[in-house]
Design a protein around this ligand. Structure first.
Ligand SMILES: NC(=O)c1ccc[n+]([C@@H]2O[C@H](COP(=O)([O-])OP(=O)(O)OC[C@H]3O[C@@H](n4cnc5c(N)ncnc54)[C@H](O)[C@@H]3O)[C@@H](O)[C@H]2O)c1
Length: 262
């Protein structure tokens, strides 16, 4: 029998689950929030971009509520997790996705660039994981799943990623450490490592001078000869967040058209 959830679709792989997605106003985070909503989840979408969050929640009013906040600020990260408990009674899934992605060589980068990326992509991931796991461990039915969004830059060296790349190694690293720390307490922690993905920003590059040539070069670096889509990353995040991955923890799953296999 097919049951119907509030979004009007068939009850899905996250039916009844309370999920927090950070950085949900655009790109990969938005695609994750949309997919989770289609799969029956109640999604708390969080971001610094209030207008982007509003557009998402207006499209999916029964499945998505929002929290405007900065993951690198302790009280904001805590508020994102608390919102799930206040609104839905528990927290089942955290997708730690929010990030900034500056591309520069080490000689161009300043200490301030380093601190900014580490604050959002590093400390922000630490804080949201910390409060999510604290909540998952203490709830009446303990347990949950965390999915961190790392990158191919968090698994291998690349040109022009002297600041961003090391921050994504934090994402891959925290995934493995937290997975081992919490495995025997019912909390799974995994990551996806996307290759280059056609988010709104990357798609806009095509229309900019030199952008098409730049993107063609990047496409050639991916063995499948194309870039990935936010929906393809969201599908992998869904797998790791769902019960289909019940014996998977500490994994960093490439979603990269073969990039890391080279
Ligand atoms: N686009 C790619 O090619 C690609 C590849 C690999 C990994 N990633 C990772 O995917 C994640 C999402 O990136 P994206 O490409 O979708 O970028 P994006 O810029 O489209 O989305 C990032 C979102 O995070 C939000 N954000 C930024 N700083 C924040 C903060 N301090 N607190 C809360 N929200 C904040 C932004 O407002 C934005 O909505 C990042 O962690 C990035 O490292 C992206």
């Amino acid at each position: 029998m097919v049951t119907v959830n509030e979004t009007g679709g068939a009850a899905g792989r996250l039916a009844g689950r309370a999920c927090v997605v950070t950085g949900a106003a655009s790109g990969i985070g938005k695609a994750v929030a949309e997919r989770f909503a289609r799969e029956g989840a109640s999604v708390v979408a969080t971001d610094v971009d209030a207008a982007g969050l509003r557009r998402l929640a207006d499209r999916l009013p029964h499945a998505v509520s929002t929290v405007v906040g900065d993951v690198s600020v302790d009280r904001d990260a805590r508020r994102m997790v608390e919102a799930a408990v206040e609104r839905h009674g528990r927290l089942d899934v955290l997708v730690a996705n929010a990030g900034v992605l500056p591309l520069m060589e080490v000689t161009e980068a300043t200490a301030e660039d380093w601190d900014r990326v580490m604050a959002v992509d590093g400390r922000g991931m630490f804080l949201t994981c910390k409060y999510a796991i604290q909540t998952m461990a203490a709830q009446e039915r303990p347990g949950g799943a965390v999915v961190c969004v790392s990158s191919i830059s968090g698994e291998a060296g690349q040109r022009g990623q002297a600041v961003y790349g090391p921050a994504k190694f934090v994402a891959s690293g925290i995934t493995k450490h937290l997975a081992v720390e919490w495995a025997d307490r019912g909390i799974r922690v995994n990551a996806v490592a996307p290759g280059t993905i056609t988010t709104e920003r990357v798609a806009r590059l095509r229309g900019e001078p030199g952008g098409a040539e730049y993107l063609a070069g990047i496409e050639r670096l991916h063995p499948m000869g194309r870039l990935g889509t936010p929906a393809e990353v969201a599908a992998a995040v869904l797998f790791l967040a769902s019960d289909d991955a019940s014996f998977v923890t500490g994994a960093v799953l490439p979603v990269d058209g073969g990039y890391l296999a080279q």
